[in-house]
Ligand binder design. Structure first.
Ligand code: MLT
Length: 324
């Protein structure tokens, strides 16, 4: 048999082997679960890419917010969904940290999902209500350590990015703080703006506009280098806390058993969205950028999740912070 006939036969086998529903996918709207409240950073990223993915797919992607338990309730919802490509999850580093933080997780992180691709990696900033007294990060650390019993630090629950950053910060300054959990840092931001909570470590996708508008105070970024969007904001390393670094990668997942052809089709739509000039600009305005096309793939996300579970496991165990 000639090479072209071999290729043709292989392609025919692939197409014929796909379940019938995979061959006309997508035939109806798709639900993208965001495991945090509307209006927060995860929701912001999801709505950006869902809009453009819908264009490429020719079917609407509807974002559904299922907050609670640091993102694990929403992830559990998708783990149990039909593996037909019509329910996907957009989640972040919490997929990796929750695998260690939660000792009774409702799903097996590495066996309950299929992979679509990486979306973006978002920097974090340490912020405070606008009338918070310290004027620089050294003063911030001293003030927080000296008032640890009454400073309140917001987060989106154990497993959230804001929880992880807060945990790293408290470990770095060797000082436990009073933490206030929310179902997302969208509602947490409302309380920070109103002065009901004092500080928060959050992603630039939820803080950039407020920092630019002067309605909250920013002290440092948790990145190795300064951010183009905030060139005057020092890194934590520059400001006296080297090693206090964390950035928040985001990925899209489908339930275990979703056909590979569907995950590849979704990856193709994700790459289209990440190459869109409006998405690129919106992300830049919020201090982040799309993942490279080569990372918006099932294999790249699978490798990232596996490596990040291994990376954060000893850090979490050393901190001794768990959710039962
Ligand atoms: C987080 O802290 O994990 C996120 O900011 C939660 C959210 O997107 O609201």
């Amino acid at each position: 048999m000639s090479l072209s006939k071999c290729i043709g036969a292989a392609f025919a086998a692939l197409v014929l082997s796909a379940p019938a529903f995979a061959q006309d996918y997508p035939a109806r709207q798709i639900t993208m679960v965001v495991p945090f409240s509307a209006g927060g950073p995860t929701d912001t990223v999801a709505r950006m890419v869902a809009d453009k993915m819908s264009t490429e797919l020719g079917r609407q992607i509807i974002v559904e917010n299922i907050g609670g338990a640091g993102g694990t309730l929403g992830a559990a919802r998708v783990a149990k969904a039909e593996a037909d490509g019509y329910t996907v999850l957009l989640h972040h580093i919490g997929m990796a940290t929750s695998a260690t933080l939660y000792r009774n997780l409702a799903y097996d992180t590495l066996n309950a999902f299929e992979y679509v691709g990486l979306v973006t990696e978002v920097p974090m900033v340490m912020v405070a209500r606008k009338d918070f007294e310290p004027t620089d990060f050294a003063g911030f650390i001293n003030y927080v350590k000296g008032n640890a019993d009454r400073i309140t630090m917001a987060n989106a629950g154990i497993g959230a990015a804001s929880h992880l950053c807060g945990m790293l910060f408290m470990s770095a300054i060797e000082t436990p703080l009073v933490t206030v959990p929310y179902k997302g840092t969208g509602p947490a931001m409302t309380d920070l703006l109103g002065g009901q909570v004092d500080i928060m470590c959050d992603q630039t996708t939820n803080t950039a506009q407020q920092i630019k508008g002067g309605t909250i105070k920013a002290y440092v970024t948790t990145t190795p280098e300064r951010l183009d969007v905030f060139p005057d904001l020092p890194t934590a390393g520059e400001a006296g806390l080297p090693g206090f670094e964390v950035s928040i990668w985001h990925g899209i997942y489908s339930p275990k058993g979703t056909p590979a052809e569907i995950n590849e089709r979704l990856s193709q739509a994700l790459k289209f969205a990440l190459a869109d000039k409006d998405v690129i600009k919106s992300m830049a305005d919020l201090g982040t950028e799309p993942s490279p096309a080569g990372d918006a793939t099932p294999a790249a996300l699978q490798a990232k999740l596996q490596s990040e579970i291994e990376r954060w496991k000893p850090v979490i165990e050393a901190a001794g912070i768990y959710a039962d």
